[in-house]
Design a protein around this ligand. Structure first.
Ligand code: SAM
Length: 183
């Protein structure tokens, strides 16, 4: 088996551990909808969050083209997800940073990201998985990375298994992946 050479490609390997046709997923950062579409194809129902209307519009189009109507796209911050999503989620996915091809100033921020992570973990079933892909190259990324790192490092070992995966021999600052499973 060839190992995925980026965190973005690696994350779906962990999603597949909990993806099934009766499952519920949350895409906390919908963006252009690639992840939302992949999840909608494998799960019964998906909740998707983004603070940019254009992101949700593009994703809605993508889902319609694929003939899928099992996604609730919500224009709000992932920090608010507990207001929209009932308890009992199998998978929560975060892909941080900015929307490719859009305004690079609209980025995920440490404080709201941590609020989203807390909310997502609160909704997860036992055995459920949360992944966070953290980009590290853009302005503001370092601060967010530090906050996410501190948050996941502080999670109770009795309640969650936490993995941190990086690519230490790659040039520049490749994204990092955190995988959290609720016990
Ligand atoms: N997963 C996406 C895909 O498959 O195309 C890419 C996501 S993009 C890297 C990050 C997205 O997070 C952007 O669309 C941005 O608008 C969104 N975002 C930023 N802050 C957010 C927040 N507080 N809540 C929800 N989405 C947010």
């Amino acid at each position: 088996m060839k190992l995925p050479s980026s965190a973005v490609q690696l994350a779906p390997k962990f999603w597949s551990l909990v993806c099934h046709p009766h499952g519920i997923a949350v895409d906390a950062t919908v963006g252009n909808g690639h992840d939302t579409l992949a999840l909608a194809r494998k799960m019964k129902y998906v909740y998707g969050f983004d603070i940019q209307r254009e992101a949700l519009k593009a994703t809605q189009r993508r889902l319609e083209e694929a003939g899928l109507n099992n996604v609730n796209l919500i224009l709000d911050s992932h920090g608010e997800m507990a207001r929209y999503v009932p308890q009992g989620v199998d998978l929560v996915v975060f892909n941080l940073g900015y929307l490719p091809g859009s305004n690079k100033k609209i980025i995920t921020r440490g404080e709201t990201t941590v609020a989203g992570l807390e909310a997502g973990l609160g909704l997860l079933n036992r055995g459920g998985i949360l992944t966070v892909c953290v980009y590290r190259g853009h302005p503001g990324a370092g601060e967010e990375e530090a906050m996410v790192d501190e948050f996941v490092g502080g999670l109770d070992q009795g309640e969650c298994t936490v993995l941190s995966l990086s690519y230490p021999n790659q040039r520049h600052t490749p994204p990092k992946l955190y995988v959290i499973q609720k016990k």
